[in-house]
Design a protein. Structure first.
Length: 131
């Protein structure tokens, strides 16, 4: 997203740009930019981050999983994959070729109503899943 108006199905509330989760979506991959800190998240119905990745600098990424926080120090991240799998959530940081630079798994916490971005200037979101 770097356009106006937003694509169909997307909304904005304050500094959050979001849409409903995709039925059957298993892997959500995003490339995004913003003003630090900015992030890619799954939100609950009140737009509170439940699971996602907060970017605090060019080499510092904080995986948010409910009340837990996991800091990953890595450079060269181009894509962030979020996988809300049954029984476990997984955040994967990848380079521009798709190679895994870091990953963090955590226990699910909370209900995932929306997927989107906080403080993002532009983004690309791809969703893969099952039907």
């Amino acid at each position: 997203y770097a356009c106006d108006p937003l694509p169909s199905g997307w909304s904005v509330s304050g500094d959050v740009t979001y849409r409903s989760t995709v039925a059957g979506g298993v892997s959500y991959a995003a490339n995004f930019t913003g003003k630090y800190p900015f992030g890619f998240y799954f939100f609950d119905s009140g737009l509170n981050p439940v699971f996602g990745v907060n970017v605090t600098s060019a080499s510092s990424y904080v995986v948010v999983c409910g009340a837990s926080r996991y800091t990953l120090s890595v450079s060269g991240v181009y894509w962030v994959d979020l996988r809300p799998l049954s029984g476990v959530y997984e955040a994967i940081l990848r380079d521009s070729s798709g190679n895994i630079l870091a990953r963090q798994m955590c226990s699910p916490s909370g209900s995932l109503s929306y997927v989107g971005f906080k403080n993002a200037n532009s983004f690309t979101l791809n969703v893969w899943g099952k039907t």
